[in-house]
Every structure is written in structure tokens, then in C-alpha cells.
Design a protein around this ligand. Structure first.
Ligand SMILES: NC(=O)c1ccc[n+]([C@@H]2O[C@H](COP(=O)([O-])OP(=O)(O)OC[C@H]3O[C@@H](n4cnc5c(N)ncnc54)[C@H](O)[C@@H]3O)[C@@H](O)[C@H]2O)c1
Length: 347
């Protein structure tokens, strides 16, 4: 991104944040944010972005796993199991929370391997944060996914509103979240906001067991072993996004004025590629990289998911626009992972 568009983005956020401050309880500060499941792939990056704009203390990361030193160095962390209503309630009250960003979930591949736990975390956990958000009038963000669609949905492109019959417990739980959130919005005026993310790619946090994880692993393999074993067929087209666009979409959407939202659940898109297309891009940086395709159970899941996401409603309503295309994503991943692996070697 150019310096001038970064500055434009910053000014836009700044203006929206000031408007949000006026809506918070004190009328002076920005929102206090609780991130559940915050130590996964997306949480620490979002905390970093929000803290940079509004101060370290305003964002509380929470999870049930033990944080690394680096993850708690820049702001508060609290143990919080989303299945424990009282524990969440105590944090909301004591820390005067204004927004919950609900990231806790079992992702698609992990969820299929433990359906009862996925039902508990993805559905019961959601009920807890939704009820709390209603009681304490919080703004609630819940991400959904390309996995909320199924084989009966149009796949290229997949519109914002169409038939959704997902075939994984992950997808079923996310459709449940979308519908319940929209219901609470209409019935109780809950400020529920939901973005359907594509597969997210990042170099400084690890994916948590989804069907799109290969698109991160291939970069690590390119730099370490020089050989990638891909669990999808070479022609499996899926929507993907670099993490910076994902985090920016979340913040812009949370700050979007209510009167701009024609719905509460939006597709967001950035790019779409197959393993073969990604492999060819990575080879421009690592020509010796080899790939072997051994499709496993995740192929079945990917075959029912969107190939291209239609995000025209998000663009139209609140101005969503991705900024990182495939070639830039590959450059960012390779250069940063090379640096990180070199630093690890030296340490
Ligand atoms: N990463 C992606 O590609 C992607 C794509 C679409 C949607 N999403 C959604 O974004 C959200 C965040 O994704 P992520 O990639 O960071 O996931 P992740 O799997 O990396 O992290 C999820 C976190 O939830 C925590 N968790 C599990 N059980 C919990 C419980 N009982 N209480 C509290 N925390 C618990 C885990 O410890 C983990 O740190 C998820 O809801 C996911 O469905 C992610």
C-alpha cells in the first residue's frame, strides 16, 4: 500500500473512532474491546491494530490457552472460556466492555474431528456472548466464513444472499450464528455485525485447522524443506485474503455507521486462486520448490465451498475494498518468513 493511501486509511479510521468514542459510556474514550479466542490466527493481529489506534489497555485478549511472552507483552490478557457465562460476565462488567469480538471457534477440519466439542464451543459459546451483548448493550462482531455455504449454493460467484446448506459442523454453526445474530438485531436491537471471511493468510500467526491452511503452509515449506505436500487437488479454487485486509475489514465494518448497513452479514473478498496458481507464484521467488498433491478429507469440504465471493454489497454499503493482491501477498509472505527463519537460526 502506498504512503498516501495508508495515511488516508488512518484519517478515515481516526474520524470513525472519534465518532465511536462519543457513543461509548464515558463519551471521552474509545471502545473497550474483549476479544475471545484471541490467541488464534486472527486475534493478536486485531489486538495490535486496535491498541495502536486507541491504547494498549483498551483491548483485552482472552483465550483458554497459555499465551507466549510476546502475546502478552503489549496489553492485557485474561483467561476466559466462552462456555463459562459468569466468567465472561465478570470481564464485561469489571472491564467496562463496549465491544466483543468473538473469535473463539473450532475451524472446519478440527470441527469435523470433534463434533461434540465444536457444537459446544461454536454454538453454546456463541449463545453466551450473544446473551451478554444483549444484556449489556454491547456491539458484537462474529466472523462467519466461506464454509457457511454448501454444494447447493452458487459457487462462482457466491452472492451475499443465497441458499446455504453447509455440510460441516463448522458451517452449520456459522449459519446458526448469522441467523441468530440477525434475529437478535431485529428483535432486541442488538448491534450484531458479521463478516464472512475467505481463507486468511498470515506469516506471524498460525492457522487453526481450516481447509485453506495449505495456503500458509506452502510458504513455510518453500523456505524450510523445499517440498510442499498439498492435501487439495491442483485445480481447487477458493477465495483467500491477506490478514491485513481481513483486520482492516473488521475495523472498518465495526466503525461503519448503522444507517449504512442494509444487512448484518456481509461477504468480503480479496482474491481467489488454486493450489497450482499459488505454487506458480511462489516459484517465482523459490524456483526449486516442489509440490505433491495428495487430496484428503479436506478436498470433500473444499468441493462444496465458494470459488469466488461476490462482495458487492459490502463495497456498496460501507465502502469495502481489498488492497493486497496475490503477487503482493506472496512477496510479503516470502520476505517476512525468510527474515523470521533467519532470526530463529541466529537465536
Ligand atoms: N483464519 C481463517 O482463515 C478464518 C476464515 C474465516 C473465518 N474465520 C473465523 O475467525 C475466527 C478466528 O479464527 P482463527 O483463525 O483465529 O481461529 P483459531 O483456530 O486460530 O483460533 C481460535 C481460538 O479459539 C480458542 N478457543 C477454543 N475453545 C475455546 C473456548 N472454549 N473458550 C475460549 N476460547 C476458545 C482457541 O484456543 C484458539 O486460540 C473464528 O471464528 C473463525 O471461524 C477464520
Amino acid at each position: 500500500m502506498s504512503a498516501s493511501s495508508m495515511r488516508q486509511n488512518f484519517l478515515r479510521f481516526d474520524k470513525l473512532f472519534k465518532a465511536e468514542c462519543r457513543l461509548c459510556h464515558t463519551g471521552k474514550r474509545g471502545p473497550n474491546v474483549l476479544i475471545t479466542g484471541g490467541l488464534g490466527q486472527l486475534g493478536t493481529g486485531l489486538a495490535r491494530e486496535l491498541r495502536a489506534r486507541h491504547g494498549a489497555e483498551t483491548v483485552i485478549l482472552s483465550d483458554i490457552i497459555k499465551p507466549e511472552e510476546s502475546e502478552i507483552a503489549n496489553g492485557p490478557f485474561i483467561f476466559a472460556d466462552v462456555l463459562d457465562f459468569k466468567c465472561l460476565q465478570e470481564i464485561v462488567v469489571n472491564k467496562r466492555i463496549d465491544w466483543i469480538v468473538h473469535f473463539s471457534a473450532l475451524l472446519s477440519a478440527v470441527g469435523e474431528n470433534n463434533v461434540p466439542l465444536a457444537v459446544r464451543v461454536n454454538i453454546e459459546g456463541l449463545h453466551n456472548v450473544m446473551e451478554l451483548s444483549k444484556q449489556y448493550k454491547l456491539k458484537l462482531f462474529v466472523p462467519s466464513t466461506i464454509g457457511a455455504f454448501g454444494p447447493e449454493s452458487p459457487r462462482n460467484p457466491t452472492p451475499n444472499l443465497c441458499i446455504q446448506r453447509p455440510k460441516t459442523i463448522y458451517g452449520v454453526s456459522k449459519v446458526h450464528a448469522e441467523l441468530l445474530g440477525e434475529y437478535y438485531n431485529k428483535r432486541f436491537n442488538l448491534d450484531f455485525r458479521c463478516l464472512r471471511f475467505p481463507g486468511i493468510i498470515s506469516y506471524d500467526s498460525h492457522p487453526g485447522g481450516g481447509t485453506t491452511d495449505y495456503a500458509v503452509q506452502i510458504f513455510h515449506d518453500a523456505i524450510t524443506t523445499g517440498k510442499h505436500h498439498c492435501y487439495l487437488r491442483p485445480d481447487t479454487r477458493l477465495p483467500m485474503m491477506y490478514i491485513d485486509d481481513c483486520l482492516r475489514s473488521t475495523i472498518e465494518f465495526m466503525l461503519a455507521p448503522t444507517d449504512k448497513l442494509s444487512t448484518r452479514t456481509y461477504n468480503v473478498h480479496a482474491m481467489s486462486f488454486t493450489p497450482e496458481e499459488l505454487f506458480n507464484e511462489v516459484r517465482k521467488w523459490v524456483p526449486e520448490l516442489e509440490i505433491e498433491y495428495n487430496p484428503d478429507a479436506r478436498q470433500k469440504i473444499a468441493d462444496t465451498w465458494p470459488m469466488v465471493f461476490d462482495d458487492s454489497i459490502a463495497r456498496q454499503d460501507w465502502g469495502w475494498k481489498p488492497s493486497i493482491p496475490l503477487d503482493s501477498l506472496v512477496e510479503i509472505m516470502i520476505t517476512n518468513l525468510r527474515r523470521l527463519y533467519k532470526e530463529k537460526e541466529k537465536a
